[in-house]
Design a protein around this ligand. Structure first.
Ligand SMILES: [Zn+2]
Length: 781
């Protein structure tokens, strides 16, 4: 109760300062944020059903928060990415999208008028390709303003457009009556003080970047969509029926949210508006309650409270969760709901409250998978399959990930074009942490024509190359032509694999799945690379998702003492400081250091801006300390004494105190103990402070930190130990804080080796081989 009182007082104080300082300025006393111009948007749009034509008018009021005078406006016209195979988007992807060649279902968009303050700007209308992509690209256009917009001034610009929605692909379009309408209106780019317009072409691999502001959208749709239209923000009820049409209006954020101050003392805003409609939607509603989740995960709440300080308010607001699901998968709605709550709870606990009153989860229609797995403010699309079991974590993992984007990208609005890793990577890191806490390990399965089968092949089947094709009877070249007797299909693959006989059960920790992803391509490009400039799509994916996750997960170990608490403080501070704003990598680095109270600049530089890797290795040479031979002098004035003579107590330890319990002495060695030389070597360029722990047979152990400075001198470290007992083990990074080591098999040394593991692996390889032979024989019979 006491805490609540304090909170109320804090709120009153915030309201007071808000009232004094005026709207929005209350957020901060800092100088104007040169990268956070705001835009308020009003849209009226009409969908013509038969051909899925969508026409509309959009009014955008842009406020210049920079110190620049701006005389040009730039807009995205995203739907033109799908207008032909010469767009930058399809040129870069070789005309293919998610492995399918685009043959039809084109979508396009055409601007019919642009006006600012009543003046016609069409005479200056031109398409531009700011990234130097395809000259035929039509995804960005520019117009000149009749007079420059100065600092602090606004301009209201009205654009009318016509468009053809594409058949669903890359997260926008229609499939039958299902609509997911995203990146759908001519949208102002982001103007950045001193840098100009940041308004990139629609690339094959990049995502988006938009201004924070508010939306007021009215949709004029065929009457069959009545009650089945959902969008960012909140519906302003009721939908209005006029003959065969229905008018639905949304305000984003909702009016109540716009009036509210969130936990960081700011008014919630959004940076995009997306809508969806389908007469077949089953609409399910639940509510996220913080208390229920806090009771389930008391240790997590206690840790966050400890790390962030006893005064930090951790309670989160209630959130209404709407799940839009298709009838054939209706039974899965509670799984969608639970996963959404998982994200709202853990992300909110760690990085601050989700500030809106509701969130909507969209299950794309059958055949519209291209609309799945995408994030928009207060609305996101998931994706599942008809046959799935709970331990597969489908749809949970995609729901947690996409809902997680409400935080990393929705609330902290980094530039997805230029730094995709700042949302995808941060989100991959967090979703794995949330998933493993709520759902545990994932059962790995193999899919045959969308039918999952528990288990995986112990070793990969032969694949690729003419010989493999020949052996598996997939392709048999016969002179000028070839036959394909056994094309890959669910049945054929099932027969080939015979999962009942050959598969092994495998469970996976999502955090280690991140590491597996990282190892797929650990050093092609630096992480901090614009999305369209990575070597290829594999590099884009690896760097943007798992590599960044692995780097963040390893950061507490690099910080050292109290690393996990400091890490959370740093991330929390960054998240709150950059809420509803546009951070770049250096902003993250600075905010993290400030919040965590550390200077990890070197780590950010080495890990995000180079492609260095590391592989540590340990080896040990140990033997009994040799028995003293020759002549010894106890002190400078004493005579030399032959070591074979009975020794004086002053000449070391008396014989009768030495390791008598070890009767295996061969007379050649001193029984005073063992001499061990531990050699730790580093391959690769990354220098990370590394803890080394060595343990003796009697259970005593010692640790040593191999510092970055020492590593700059030498790429190896030798530790010499003289100890009465044998060395039992040496382990590098014993707490397993780093996931970065590219080969962990050489990170530990044990005096006694374990025989079971190699046998297991040999058995797996042998099983696979035997199974393959068996299958070949089956082909002959
Ligand atoms: Zn993502």
């Amino acid at each position: 109760m006491l805490r609540m009182r304090r909170l109320e007082l804090a709120r009153l104080w915030l309201w007071g300062s808000f009232a004094l300082a005026g709207p929005l300025q209350a957020q901060t006393n800092a100088p104007p944020d040169e990268r956070s111009c705001s835009v308020d948007t009003r849209i009226e749009a009409r969908l013509e059903d038969e051909h899925k034509r969508l026409d509309g008018t959009v009014t955008q009021v842009w406020r210049n928060a920079t110190r620049d005078r701006v005389s040009e406006l730039r807009f995205h016209l995203y739907l033109n990415a799908f207008s032909n195979n010469r767009s930058t988007h399809l040129s870069e992807s070789g005309g293919r999208l998610r492995d399918f060649e685009e043959q039809g279902g084109w979508g396009w968009q055409r601007v019919t008028s642009v006006q600012a303050d009543g003046r016609d700007l069409m005479p200056s209308f031109r398409y531009v390709q700011p990234d130097g992509g395809s000259p035929d690209d039509r995804t960005v256009f520019a117009v000149d303003l009749p007079r420059p917009v100065g600092p602090g001034e606004s301009v209201s610009v009205v654009v009318t457009w016509e468009s053809q929605l594409p058949r669903v692909r890359r997260r926008t379009g229609f499939k039958d009556d299902f609509l997911l309408v995203a990146q759908w209106f001519p949208k102002l780019g982001v103007y950045e003080g001193g840098r100009g317009w940041n308004c990139h072409e629609f690339h094959a691999s990049t995502e988006f970047y938009g201004n924070y502001g508010t939306y007021d959208v009215t949709l004029d749709l065929p009457a069959k969509y009545e009650g089945k239209v959902f969008g960012s923000g909140k519906l302003v009820p009721p939908p209005e029926r006029r003959g065969e049409r229905v008018f639905t209006r949304f305000v984003a954020p909702s009016a109540a949210d716009q009036a509210r101050l969130d936990a960081t003392g700011k008014h919630p805003l959004v940076h995009d508006f997306t809508w969806t409609a389908d007469p077949r939607f089953k609409v399910k509603v639940g509510t996220f309650h913080f208390d229920t989740w806090a009771a389930r995960f008391q240790d997590e709440v206690a840790f966050a409270q400890r790390a962030l300080g006893a005064d930090k308010r951790l309670e989160l607001r209630d959130v209404a969760v709407t799940v839009l699901i298709h009838p054939e998968r209706e039974r899965q709605w509670e799984r969608h709901f639970e996963a959404t709550c998982t994200a709202l709870f853990f992300y909110g606990l760690w990085f601050g409250e989700y500030p809106y009153e509701h969130v909507t989860v969209v299950d794309p229609a059958w055949g519209a998978r291209g609309a799945g797995g995408m994030e928009y403010p207060t609305l996101f699309t998931a994706g599942t399959q008809l046959f799935t079991t709970e331990d597969m974590h489908t749809p949970e993992s995609v729901v947690v990930h996409e809902c997680g984007h409400q935080f990393w990208f929705g609330l902290v609005g980094n530039n997805e074009f230029e730094a995709a890793w700042m949302d995808e990577g941060f989100n991959s890191f967090t979703d794995s942490e949330a998933m493993v806490r709520r759902f545990g390990l994932r059962q790995r399965t193999t899919s045959y024509s969308s039918l999952p089968f528990h288990g995986t092949a112990p070793a990969p089947a032969p694949a690729g190359g003419l010989l493999a094709e020949l052996f598996s009877a997939r392709k048999i070249p016969l002179g000028w032509f070839e036959i394909e007797p056994l094309r890959s299909s669910g049945f054929i693959d099932f027969w080939r694999d015979q999962p009942h006989l050959a598969f092994v059960e495998e469970q996976e920790d999502p955090r280690w799945a991140d590491r597996r992803g990282y190892l797929a391509d650990p050093d092609r490009d630096p992480v901090d690379t614009p999305g369209w400039l990575y070597a290829d799509s594999t590099s884009y994916r690896t760097n943007s998702y798992p590599r960044t996750a692995v780097i963040l997960r390893s950061l507490p170990a690099a910080i050292g003492e109290g690393g996990y608490e400091k890490f959370l403080r740093g991330m929390r501070h960054y998240s709150e400081l950059w809420r509803y704003r546009h951070p770049y990598p250096d902003d993250f680095f600075a905010a993290f250091n400030e919040g965590a109270g550390v200077d990890m600049g070197w780590y950010f530089q080495d890990l995000f801006r180079t492609s260095g890797t590391v592989d540590w290795e340990v080896s040990v040479d140990q033997q009994r300390a040799p028995k003293p031979r020759g002549f010894f002098q106890a002190d400078p004035s004493a005579p030399f004494v032959d070591s074979r003579q009975p020794t004086e107590p002053s000449n070391g330890q008396p014989d009768d105190q030495l390791g008598k319990e070890d009767s295996s002495s061969d007379g050649e060695h001193d029984e005073s103990g063992w001499k061990s030389r531990i050699l730790v070597a580093r391959h690769g360029e990354l220098r990370l402070p590394l803890t080394i722990r060595w343990t003796f047979e009697d259970g005593t152990s010692e640790t040593r930190l191999w510092t970055r400075d020492e590593q700059a001198q030498k790429r190896w470290l030798r530790i010499e130990a003289l100890h009465p007992k044998k060395l039992k083990s040496v382990v590098l990074d014993p707490e397993r804080g780093y996931q970065l080591d590219t080969d962990m098999s050489n990170n530990a040394w044990y005096d006694e080796t374990e025989d079971v593991a190699p046998w297991r692996w040999a058995e797996r390889a042998f099983t696979r081989y035997a199974h393959w032979l068996h299958w070949q024989a089956g082909l002959g019979g």
